[in-house]
Design a protein around this ligand. Structure first.
Ligand SMILES: Cc1ncc(COP(=O)(O)O)c(C=O)c1O
Length: 361
């Protein structure tokens, strides 16, 4: 791998106390190009603009997928990743569906390691501080032909982020719009899945809701995801979440929540959930909690939901399960507790052992 260090670090000019999510980028980026049927030598270079032709395929056909993951620094200054094997597998699952060539595992982990080592000072210790890592790949051939590109570019960029409180979340249940359909690309992190959410979300925001709860495209009767998070419901003592399928993203946080909740003795039901059931549970006061899960916020409690013109409020609990689950996951991420699952991976761990987690070596 080629490494070119920046001669002008931006680090001293960044106000780490005042970071807008996803808008400040570290000094370096990882880049690897696919051409002539193979991925070429990857490089870590100074973060910089790209240049491209207006005919670049991704601008026309949207052949692009991405990932979102984080690195954490503990109080001893050691850097950790959380289940990075899951993000690696998922970007290639997404790539395959979009007919993008799979990215080699050793390039992914070697690239990630080199990039984080070179930009390590950008990772601040302290619970809530982290480095958001954005791997993405797109078709980069200059050609307006509606067919798979013969050239691709894989990049990893990183942004320092502060403790991210999702704030108050009131959600509107989708009665008309859909995020994904059977046989489609909902289970992938394809760029177009997100662009298509903006308009319905803007309409919901006009009505005072922050996010949409996506329902199944066929009947709009089943609850599937909350904005860009997986969704959980607590009815009495049971935690319920929808099963993943070709419409729902297999979230890393979701599967961690399920495992931790089960190991804490909580009954977790992974099954389709009808809106009707949730409305009934609201009416008879058995709906205790509703929350979204995702890398950016870990867990975001939902305050109320709107459906068919009625707004249903969730009770305000003193010690909600969502907070306990969030604490347990963050304690593992920040090396503040034991990690019985082997989810926490040290950056200085050898590359082969990071790769071994994914079971690919
Ligand atoms: C549509 C969607 N659902 C769920 C999630 C949560 O996934 P994860 O927990 O892996 O971040 C994300 C974020 O990546 C997402 O974009």
């Amino acid at each position: 791998m080629k490494i070119e260090k920046t001669s002008a670090s931006k680090l001293a000019h960044v106000n780490f106390e005042n970071l807008t999510f996803g808008s400040v980028f570290t000094d370096h980026m990882f880049v690897c190009k696919y051409k002539d049927n193979k991925w070429h030598t990857p490089e870590v270079i100074p973060y910089q603009p790209l240049s491209f032709e207006p005919s670049m395929s991704v601008l026309h056909y949207g052949q692009a997928v991405f990932e979102g993951m984080k690195a954490y620094k503990d109080d001893q200054g050691k850097v950790w990743l959380f289940r990075p094997d899951q993000n690696f597998k998922r970007i290639n699952r997404s790539a395959k569906r979009l007919q993008i060539p799979e990215f080699p595992e050793e390039y992914f982990f070697e690239g990630l390691k080199s990039l984080l080592e070179i930009d390590e000072e950008w990772i601040k210790p302290g619970i809530g501080n982290s480095l958001y890592i954005r791997p993405f790949v797109f078709s980069s051939q200059a050609c307006v032909q509606a067919s798979p590109s013969s050239e691709y570019t894989f990049i990893i960029i990183c942004c320092p982020v502060k403790a991210y409180y999702g704030g108050e979340v009131n959600v509107l249940i989708a009665e008309e719009f859909s995020r994904a359909a059977d046989g489609g690309i909902g289970y992938t992190k394809a760029a177009g899945n997100y662009g298509a959410q903006f308009h319905p979300t803007a309409l919901a925001q006009e009505k005072g809701y922050q996010q949409i709860v996506w329902t199944d495209a066929k009947s709009h009767e089943y609850l599937e995801e909350a904005g860009t998070m997986n969704i959980f419901f607590k009815i009495n003592d049971h935690l319920i979440t929808a099963p993943t399928n070709d419409r729902i993203l297999d979230g890393v946080t979701r599967k961690s929540v399920i495992q931790i909740a089960r190991d804490s003795g909580i009954e977790v039901e992974v099954r389709p959930i009808k809106i009707e059931e949730i409305v009934k549970a609201s009416e008879n006061n058995s709906l205790k909690e509703m929350f979204g899960s995702g890398t950016a916020v870990v867990i975001n409690p939902i305050k109320s939901y709107g459906y068919k013109g009625i707004n249903y409020k969730l009770p305000e609990l003193e010690n909600p399960l969502s907070s306990k689950l969030k604490d347990k996951i963050m304690s593992i991420q920040y090396n503040l507790s034991e990690d019985p699952y082997g989810w926490r991976v040290a950056l200085d761990q050898s590359l082969s052992s990071i790769a071994a987690i994914s079971g690919l070596k």
